[in-house]
Every structure is written in C-alpha cells, then in structure tokens.
Write a protein that binds this ligand. Structure first.
Ligand SMILES: Cc1ncc(COP(=O)(O)O)c(C=O)c1O
Length: 372
C-alpha cells in the first residue's frame, strides 16, 4: 500500500465555509475543530519550564515518575487499580498511536480494522497506512472473521455516545473470539454530562468489571490534550496488555518515537492534579448548557452527546447544506460525512470556543430560521 493512496485531508474542504463565516458581522464563531481555547494550567507550564535541561535522550517507555503517575491516575480517575508501570507507555499525543497502531501490530492486506459507525477519521487512516481494510460497525456480531484490531471510542467523537460496562464486555468477548486486539480511545472520559454519566464515571475498557482480570490484547488510549488544555504539548498514553505494550515499545525504540523529556515532566504534573481538570470540565459544562438548548430551539435534533466535547446534531438536511447555513450565520461546524458514511445529515459542534464566542453563537441561533 502506497501512502499516495491516502485521501485528501478532509478539513481542507472547509476553507470556503470558513471564509464565508469570516465575512459575517461580529466575526467568525468556529465550532468545527475540537482544539482547546483555554490556557494551559500554570502548574503544568511551571513543570515544563523546570525541565528544560534535557541534555540526555528521553526514555521511550517514559521516566519512572511518569509511568507511576499514569498508573496512579488510572487507579484514581478510571477505577483501574491493577496496572503496573510495565502496562503503560507515553505517546506523542494519541493521534500518532491511532494512525500507526495497525502498522505497529504488523497488520496488512486482508486484515480488518473495526471502527465505530460514527468515527474519528484517523482509525480508518491507520488501517490504510497498514494496507488493511476498515469496517464500520457498532455491533460485535457483525465484526468479520478477518478482524485483527477493534477500535472503540467512548465517549465518542463525534457523537458523544458512551459504552457502558455490559457493552464493553460484549465487545471484549467478541474481540477475544476473533483473536483481535481491542483498543478503546477514551480521551473524553472526564466529560460525562447527561443521565447516569452526570454522576457516574464513564467506564474504561480496563475496568475490572469489563476485563475480569484478563487484559490480554486489551488497550486503553488516553490523551491530556482536552482534559488539561495540552493539545500543543502532544501528551498522551496507552495502557493495558503487557505483551502488546512490549511490542509497541520495541517498534517505538527502533523508530525514535519518544516523548521529549520536558513533556514527560509536564505530564507528571498534569496527571497528579485533579483540580484543573474539574475546573476545565466546569467551563465545558457551562458552554454546553447554553449551546444545547439554543440548538434545540433552532430546530436541531441532538443525538447521543451525553458525554464528550461535541454536540452531534441534525436538522434533517444534507450535512453540507447545514454547514453552509451555519457558515452564512458566521458559524463553522463540521459535516457528519467527515466521520464515515453512516450520518450524511449530521453536523458536529465543538464546545471548544470561548464563553464570548459561544454566547455569540447562541444569539445567532435565535435567528437561525430567519431568511438571510
Ligand atoms: C477520539 C479522538 N482520539 C484521539 C484524538 C487525538 O488527540 P491527541 O492527538 O491530541 O492526543 C482525538 C482528537 O480530537 C479524538 O477526538
């Protein structure tokens, strides 16, 4: 498989809509990409600044302090208390891991990578890079015999769907039957909003109720980009099955995929502090609390979105038409077609805009139905 066969980068298609939105009186409200807008917390920046003497090569597997911090974080925040430092590995953000995992696992032609029906596009890109085939299905019974890797994403991007313990158990059981690795991308886990997820922890695939003491071929992927406003740092990690982690460590050592030492120190600070995560969550909760009813009042149906950083909505029109209608009102949103073929009439709105921009979006939504 030649890399030349990769599709064009989808967000490039948004340029004309961004230009249209920019022309709006009162400026653009960009709710398309989930890139954090709030500052990186001071304690993390201070830890980074403290660690700038980095004359030696960093450790691919992470410093002992970082590996311990990840283990402690899983026990404290994710209810996973049986990991050891050998079960965890820092990554340079999680997008690179998502994109390269199929290749690093040795997948190739004839192998299938399963992903959710509404999915972060990099799962399919990762399958393409390895020459494997991606298959979109949320029903474990449909997953084909050739499946070698299953991606779950809970809470989901773009749809905010949460998989509960029984759904995670069913997915793990089917992956075991197929002999496949199963990886759950959990980067929005701190952002539960509605129903039971308002108070209950969104479960990890490594939760003891899911794996029942057997984490063979099971991985959880997490990123600090959103919970800690660290997207620019590239700070993430993967945890779980020791055999798979060892395999990844070997490839990554040979390939030079290591997290810079100052970033490792910054991650230790971020993982050790829950207060900044709670404060950031509160900002997103408030933004969501004003944007969601404004969308509903403007005639949009909101699907799932019970957790995570996005609102996944439809007005029953073609997604590009809805993107255009938003752009005419100075608001940029992402079309559902960026997330697979299953949702041609949905668009995704991100909560990553300032309070002032979200308030402006609400004002414009009040007049959404008016002709321009
Ligand atoms: C589901 C999902 N996985 C992974 C990522 C990548 O995050 P990062 O590379 O910043 O860690 C994102 C980013 O938006 C995402 O939505």
């Amino acid at each position: 498989m030649a890399l030349a066969q990769l599709p064009d980068y989808p967000w490039d298609l948004m340029v004309p809509y961004v230009e249209r939105a920019r022309a709006h009186d009162g400026g653009i409200v960009d709710l398309s990409i989930g890139s954090p807008v709030d500052p990186t917390p001071e304690l993390i920046r201070a830890a980074l600044a403290e660690a700038t003497d980095a004359h030696a090569y960093p450790q691919t597997i992470g410093t002992p302090a970082l590996r311990e911090a990840i283990v402690d974080w899983f026990a404290r925040r994710r209810g996973v208390d049986d990991l050891t430092p050998a079960n965890v590995l820092p990554t340079i953000g999680s997008k690179e891991l998502v994109a390269w995992l199929p290749f690093m696992l040795g997948l190739g032609e004839g192998d299938v990578v399963v992903q959710p029906r509404a999915a972060y596009p990099t799962y399919a890109i990762g399958a393409s890079i390895a020459g494997a085939t991606s298959f979109a299905s949320d029903d474990p019974a449909e997953w084909p015999d050739e499946t070698k890797l299953v991606w779950l994403n809970s809470p989901g991007n773009p749809d905010g769907r949460v998989l509960d313990v029984s759904e995670l158990r069913a997915a793990v059981a089917r992956a075991r039957e197929l002999g496949a690795v199963i990886a759950s991308d959990e980067c929005y886990a701190e952002l539960g909003w509605d129903g039971r997820w308002a108070d209950e922890r969104v479960p990890s695939i490594l939760d003891p109720r899911v794996i029942e003491g057997n984490r063979h071929n099971v991985l959880a992927v997490y990123s600090l980009s959103k919970q800690s406003n660290l997207a620019g740092y590239r700070a993430a990690f993967v945890a779980g099955c020791r055999t798979v982690i060892d395999k990844l460590v070997t490839v990554r050592k040979h390939a030079g995929l290591m997290l810079p030492a100052p970033l490792q120190a910054a991650m230790v600070a971020a993982l050790g502090d829950d207060a900044h995560v709670a404060a950031q969550r509160e900002l997103y909760r408030q933004r969501r609390a004003v944007l969601k009813p404004a969308l509903e009042a403007a005639g949009f149906r909101i699907d799932h979105s019970e957790a995570g950083l996005y609102l996944w909505v439809t007005e029953g029109r073609d997604a590009w038409e809805t993107v255009g209608r938003f752009a005419d009102r100075g608001i940029v949103v992402g079309p559902g077609v960026f997330y697979g073929d299953s949702y041609p009439q949905h668009v995704r709105l991100s909560l990553t805009a300032t309070d002032e921009r979200i308030a402006e979006a609400v004002v414009r939504l009040e007049k959404f139905g008016d002709s321009l």
